[in-house]
Design a binder for this molecule. Structure first.
Ligand code: FAD
Ligand code: NAP
Length: 257
C-alpha cells in the first residue's frame, strides 16, 4: 500500500527570519532528529496552498552537524513560493520533505588539490554549507569561492565568510581559502565580468593566483542555469571534463533553479 502523503514530510517551526534586502532573505527552521543531509544537498520546502501544496528546492546553508536548518532565498517578483516566503515569520510552520537530495558533493572527487567553487546568486548556498565541513579543508590544499552577483548589496555573506577564521572546527585552515566577489552590473568587486569570461580570459586564475590544471584543479558550479551551461562549456574548451563516478573528471555542477 503506498504511504500516505503526510509520511513524506515533517512540519517544522520557523526559528528566525532575516531580510537583507528587498529580495534576499535567510531563515532557519527546526531540524528533525532524523533529518540527514550531506553538505551541498538541497531540501524540498513546502506550504499548504489552498486544497494542495507548493514545494520548491532550497539548498541547505547549515553545516551537516548544525542543530537547525538554515536557508537563503532570492525572492522572485510574481513567484508563488517567493510570495509565501516574503511573509514568513518566526513561529510559522514550514513543511520539510524528509529526504534531502543532490549530487553536488565534493567528496565525489577522488583526487585533485585545489577546489574552485563558482556560483551566482543563491548558488552560493551549498558552498556555505560545504565550507563548514572540516573534511573539505583537510582534503584540499587550496579552496576558492567565487560569487557573482549583479550589485554589491547582494553580497550578504562577506562577513560570515570572513568569520570562518574564528570557526572552532575549521578556523585553523581558513588561510587556504580565497574568496572573490564578482560584481557584474557595477564596479567595486574584485572582478567585474561574468564567470565564463573570467575563465576564458585567464583573469580568474590570475586573481586567485591558482593555475588551473586537469591534474590539480576541481571545479564545482552552482547557480543560474544559463551560467552553469556557459561556465561548463568554457571549462570544456579549456580541457576539463565532467566528473562522473565511473569516469572521473574535474567538473561537478548543479542548476540553482
Ligand atoms: C536544486 C535547486 C536548488 C535551489 N536552491 C535554492 C536556494 O538555495 N535559494 C533560492 O532562493 N532558490 C533556490 N532554488 C530555486 C527555488 O526552488 C525556487 O524556484 C525559487 O525560490 C522561486 O520560487 P517561486 O515559486 O517564487 O518562483 P518560480 O516559479 O519557481 O521561479 C520563477 C522564475 O524565477 C527565476 N528564479 C527562480 N529561483 C531563482 C533564484 N534562486 N535566483 C534567481 N532567479 C531565480 C527563474 O527564472 C524561474 O523560472 C533552487 C532550485 C533548485 C532546482
Ligand atoms: N530585470 C532585470 O534587469 C533583472 C536583473 C537581475 C535579475 N533579475 C531577476 O531577478 C531575479 C533574481 O536574480 P539574481 O540577480 O539574484 O540572479 P541572476 O539573474 O542569476 O544573477 C546573478 C549573477 O549571475 C550572473 N549571470 C546571469 N546569467 C549568466 C550567464 N548566462 N552567465 C554568467 N553569469 C550569469 C548575473 O550577471 P548579470 O548581472 O550580468 O546578469 C549575476 O552576476 C530573477 O528573477 C532575475 O530574472 C532581473
Amino acid at each position: 500500500m503506498p504511504a500516505a502523503p503526510e509520511a513524506k514530510y515533517t512540519e517544522e517551526t520557523v526559528l528566525w527570519v532575516k531580510h537583507h534586502t528587498d529580495k534576499l532573505m535567510t531563515f532557519a527552521i527546526t531540524r528533525p532528529e532524523a533529518y540527514r543531509f550531506s553538505a551541498g544537498q538541497f531540501s524540498r520546502l513546502g506550504f499548504r496552498d489552498g486544497e494542495g501544496f507548493i514545494w520548491r528546492a532550497y539548498s541547505v546553508v547549515s553545516a551537516e552537524y548544525a542543530d537547525d536548518l538554515e536557508y537563503f532565498a532570492v525572492l522572485i517578483p510574481g513567484g508563488p513560493m517567493s510570495a509565501k516566503l516574503a511573509e514568513l515569520k518566526a513561529g510559522d510552520t514550514v513543511l520539510l520533505d524528509k529526504n534531502a537530495t543532490g549530487f553536488l558533493l565534493p567528496e565525489r572527487f577522488v583526487d585533485g588539490k585545489d577546489l574552485i567553487m563558482l556560483c551566482t546568486g543563491s548558488g552560493i548556498a551549498p558552498f556555505l554549507s560545504i565550507l563548514e565541513q572540516p573534511e573539505i579543508w583537510q582534503r584540499f590544499e587550496r579552496l576558492a569561492l567565487v560569487h557573482s552577483v549583479s550589485y554589491a548589496d547582494e553580497l550578504i555573506f562577506n562577513e560570515r565568510i570572513a568569520q570562518l577564521s574564528e570557526h572552532p572546527l575549521i578556523g585553523e585552515y581558513t588561510g587556504r581559502l580565497r574568496f572573490i566577489p564578482v560584481l557584474t552590473r557595477e564596479t567595486g568587486g574584485r572582478l567585474n565580468r561574468r564567470l565564463p569570461e573570467l575563465l576564458k580570459s585567464g583573469e580568474l586564475s590570475a586573481a586567485l593566483e591558482i593555475p588551473f590544471t586537469p591534474a590539480d584543479t576541481r571545479f564545482m558550479i552552482c547557480g543560474n542555469p544559463a551560467m552553469v551551461k556557459d561556465t561548463f562549456q568554457a571549462l570544456l574548451d579549456m580541457g576539463f571534463a565532467m566528473h562522473r563516478n565511473r569516469i572521473p573528471g574535474q567538473i561537478m555542477m548543479e542548476n540553482g533553479f
